[in-house]
Design a protein around this ligand. Structure first.
Ligand code: NAD
Length: 463
């Protein structure tokens, strides 16, 4: 017999970025919210993604910095890596953020059920918890996230074949690694493990790694990998994996078959939505053939009062997109005016070394869409601050229409992920290069390169 808990304004299934943001933003607007999460709140981002990955990438950055200390006249000895210690620091950061989130939810009077939930009646917005409690709401938000995709006949086993979840818990550095899939996760792990001292081979099916980036920005990373000894094989089709402790990975390209012997294989070929096993079969909520919950631009499913957000819907699988979707949902529930998210202009940030960040159209996309395209590229090599940092690899590329309207901003290089903010605003406010060029950029900074690029687009560069 189901025990009926109190009725809420909104029931949220899943406590990752999309789910907890719905809870926090909704509660801030005075809604009574139930948040159902079987693990600790925070989801993939906080426990198996953004935060732990960037924390470990920071270890790689510190190691790189100390290795370069003699260039600055600083004798720091010979640095060495203690990955177990780094993991402990990662856990501290994750734990602090998780506790902070738990405190925020408590402060906003969100009722958190730390159990598994399954939708039992979508039309009634009812979710049953493992202990039989039924939680109902005037609205229901599905935010159950995603999981790493595996490849056929190559199941994750946590010891030889690793998903991103396993990589983030490595206590010892593998000597030799093959990474299948050179997308965002593959590039970040290749960068991190190579900087830490592993021999890394990337096998990517497409003609280039980081395929969604503008080609000039993506090439900055590809060239850096080459310089650092990361073997990158593109247009590669993995044809065989053999061995038990040592693994021989074989692949084919147009130029023939090759192989490498490694200790671990990392599979980073994308993530799949977690829409099965949560009671959505025959619920009336539509699911597409790839498993994504189908929603409209206000994140409404086919069932009135049922919404979905985050990685379980077919939008960019990014925590900040989940946050934005949560806000759209809460405003929709409140009956407020909503501006739909322009998914083609959301910011992307990759924390490889060098970093890459972008928003809007690549040069290629802009041409395909029929724009009369104007492009300018400015390199960090001539920037004073970049020289001072000793980190001059990279560029800022602006893609504009012939009338100067900025269509895309692409940055590869030092602190690209932080520098994107200005580019993001410019593209999303549909700024003209001349407007941006008239703004003063502080000197000496990395951000000057953006200003210089905008000036160049007006036809009169400064430096
Ligand atoms: P991805 O889609 O970025 O990259 C997967 C890559 O694997 C693609 O380049 C694809 O061509 C390749 N691939 C697929 N099958 C293959 C095969 N059989 N052999 C060789 N290559 C193959 O996916 P991901 O890197 O797993 O990341 C998943 C998502 O997680 C990202 O799209 C992103 O939304 C999110 N993410 C974001 C960040 C960030 O913002 N910094 C970091 C990590 C992950």
């Amino acid at each position: 017999m189901a025990v009926l808990a109190e009725q809420f304004d909104v029931v949220v299934l899943g406590g990752g970025p999309a789910g907890y943001a719905t809870a926090l933003y909704g509660a801030a607007a005075g809604l009574d919210i139930a948040l159902i999460e079987e693990g600790r709140v925070g989801g993939t981002c906080l426990h198996r993604g953004c935060i732990p990955a960037k924390e470990l990438l920071q270890t790689a950055e510190v190691l790189r910095t100390v290795q370069r200390a003699p260039d600055f006249g600083v004798d720091a000895g010979m640095p060495s890596l203690d990955l177990a210690r780094s993991q402990a620091r990662k856990r501290e950061v994750v734990d602090r953020l998780t506790k902070g989130l738990e405190t925020l939810l408590k402060g906003r009077k969100v009722t958190v059920f730390d159990q598994r939930g399954e939708v039992v009646d979508a039309a009634a917005h009812a979710v049953r918890l493992d202990d039989g409690t039924e939680v109902r709401g005037d609205n229901l938000v599905i935010a159950t996230g995603s999981y790493p995709r595996s490849l056929p006949r190559l199941d994750f086993d946590a010891s030889r074949v690793l998903s991103s979840d396993h990589v983030l818990d490595l206590e010892e550095l593998p000597a030799r690694v093959a990474i299948i899939g050179g997308g965002v996760i593959g590039a970040e792990f290749a960068s991190m493990l190579s900087d830490m001292g592993s021999d890394v081979t990337i096998l990517e099916a497409l003609p280039r790694i980081l395929a969604p980036t503008d080609v000039d920005a993506g090439n900055v990373v590809a060239r850096s990998f080459k310089k650092r000894g990361v073997a990158v094989h593109t247009s590669a089709r993995v044809t065989g994996i053999e061995g038990s402790t040592e693994l021989t990975v074989t692949w084919e390209t147009d130029s023939g078959e090759s192989s490498v012997v490694v200790d671990k294989i990392i599979v980073s070929v994308g993530r799949a939505p977690r829409s099965a096993g949560i009671g959505l079969d025959e619920s009336g909520v539509e699911i597409d053939d790839r498993g994504f919950v189908v929603v409209d631009e206000q994140l409404r499913t086919a069932v009135p009062g049922v919404f979905a957000a985050g990685d379980v819907v077919d939008s960019p699988a990014l925590a900040h997109v989940g946050f934005a979707e949560a806000i759209v949902i809460v405003k929709t529930i409140l009956g407020e005016a909503v501006t739909p998210i322009d998914y083609a202009k959301v910011p992307w940030v990759v924390y490889s070394h060098p970093e890459v960040a972008w928003c809007g159209l690549t040069e290629e996309q802009a041409r395909e869409q029929g724009h009369d395209v104007v492009v300018t590229t400015h390199r960090f090599a001539g920037d004073g601050r970049a020289m001072i940092l000793g980190d001059t690899d990279g560029l800022v590329k602006l893609v504009a229409d012939a009338d100067g309207q900025l269509l895309g901003v692409h940055i590869a290089g030092p602190w690209a992920t932080e520098l994107l903010g200005e580019g993001y605003l410019s593209v999303n406010w549909e700024a003209n290069a001349a407007d941006v060029a008239a703004l003063v950029h502080p000197h000496p900074t990395l951000s000057e390169v953006f200003g210089e690029a905008a000036l160049a687009l007006t036809g009169r560069p400064l430096h």
